[in-house]
Structures are given as C-alpha cells and as structure tokens.
Design a protein around this ligand. Structure first.
Ligand SMILES: [Zn+2]
Length: 268
C-alpha cells in the first residue's frame, strides 16, 4: 500500500471528493490507510464495497460464499450474467479490483465462523454487516465489540431497509437493539433498489467515520420504508446488562441470545 502524500494519480482520481463539504486531503489519506471488513457483498454489501473501493479505502476484506445464480442478479451488482454458475467470491473481488487499482481486495469464499470473524474484525478499522441472517449479524456484532471497532449493520426486507451505526461500549450494539433473536425468513423478498440505497448509505457512514468527515449517525437506527415512502430515525440506548457489550459479557461462543432487558429503543 502506498505511503506518504497522495500521488498525482490519486489526486486526479479523488479530486471530486476532496474539498469543502467533503473530505480533506488528510481524510483521504486516512481512507487509504483504512481496512474495512464486510460480510456479504450481495445486494447491500456489493454497492457498499463498490462505493468504498471507488472512494479509496485502502483494503477491503469481504466474505461471500456460494455460486452466482440468476435470482441473485436482481440486486447483486458485483455479479453479471457472464458469472452465472461460478463462485461469487472470485468474480466479486475482480469486479472491485477493476474499479480501483489503488485498493487491495481480500476475499473469503465462505461465511466467517466465530474465530474468523474476530480475526478479520481485529485486522479492520470498521466492520460492515450486510449479512442476511441474524446469526451472522450477531456474530459480526460480537466480533466488532470484542475488537473494539465500529460496526455498521445494514438490513433489508422487501422495499424496506435499516441502518445502524454502533461504537462498542459507547453506543448500543446490535444485541442491545435486538435482545431476542427476531424471526427469520429464509427466502425473504427484496428489491435491488432498496438494497443499493442501504448499502450506499452504509458506505457513506464508513467513509465519514474512517476519514473523520461530517457527523456519523452513531447510536441511531435509520429506517427507510420505501413501500410507504417514508423514513424515520430511532435513537438507541445501550443496555447495561447486554450479554454482548454489557458490564458482564458472555464469552464469544455465539450463545448470547435472550439477554435481559428488552425495549432498548426510543422512537423519536
Ligand atoms: Zn450491547
């Protein structure tokens, strides 16, 4: 990875995002020095990873298993019809590399287990969860809390999406927000446009946090209900008895569900 000041080539690439109201040159350098770990780069994580790569985040580590199927292509922007039937990790990594040669991309071709999640979060400055299952979202949350790095959690259903930005031991973590595992539907409906919107907003939060730009939405949940055409913001409260980030957290064995204290959200 390049060191020191921005090269003339980097300056040319990023000139539209450096200046008043956007990044400083130091902010751009911070992005270059940053590593983001993002699990699943499908409908939400794909646009997020794309935006991070184009913005110049120095290292993107992602996890995504399986082969590309036709049903993925209503939302998974890193894939194309040429890649149908082929493993997703390799082609998604190539797609990102083709967008910006200043960025290093590492791909994991399967869902990270507890140990891998902690290892990868430990190498990262920020974690983005764009995972479809609550099990994986909570695993990434535990890893982010254990490693003390911010987590941005992106989720979607139908034409609705949510975004949560957490800072371990400062704001609510994902387990504070969902003390009990919510019900999960394997093949839930989703429209690619909301996936891309939520994924892009996740990347924007990451860019702000990593570069020190603007005001990150730490401690709040953004809900975009595209079906009804409205958005709302919920302030989140930390749960001091949270089994993940509370004063007496459980070990990282993946069995934290059912912690005490529900109702940790305040609508505003
Ligand atoms: Zn918590």
């Amino acid at each position: 990875m390049a060191r020191g000041a921005l090269s003339a080539e980097e300056r040319a690439r990023y000139q539209r995002q450096i200046g008043p109201g956007v990044l400083t040159e130091e902010g751009q350098l911070r992005l270059r020095r940053s590593t983001v770990f993002i699990s699943r780069v499908g409908g939400m994580g794909g646009p997020a990873a794309l935006a991070l790569a184009m913005a110049g985040v120095g290292r993107i580590i992602f996890a995504h298993g399986g082969t590309l199927e036709s049903a993925d292509l209503n939302r998974q922007v890193l894939g194309s019809e040429h890649g149908l039937g082929k493993p997703r990790a390799a082609q998604f990594a190539d797609c990102l590399r083709e967008r910006n040669h200043f960025v290093t991309v590492e791909a994991l071709d399967h869902e990270p287990d507890d140990a891998e999640a902690v290892e990868l979060a430990g190498r990262a400055d920020l974690v983005i969860s764009a995972a479809p299952t609550f099990a994986e979202r909570f695993r990434l949350n535990r890893a982010a809390v254990a490693c003390g790095v911010p987590l941005i959690d992106a989720a979607q259903w139908g034409m609705t999406g949510t975004l949560i930005a957490t800072k371990p031991h400062v704001t609510a973590c994902l387990r504070c927000v969902y003390p009990q595992d919510p019900p999960f539907e394997e093949m839930f409906p989703v429209v690619g446009a909301i996936s891309a919107a939520i994924g892009s907003l996740a990347a924007l939060e990451a860019i702000k946090i990593l570069s020190g730009t603007g005001r990150p939405m730490f401690g709040s949940l953004l809900l975009i209900d595209g079906y009804r055409g409205h958005e709302s913001r919920v302030q989140l409260r930390r749960n001091p008895t949270c089994p993940c980030c509370g004063d007496s957290p459980l070990p990282l064995d993946g069995r934290e569900a059912g912690g005490e204290g529900g109702g940790t959200q305040d609508m505003n």
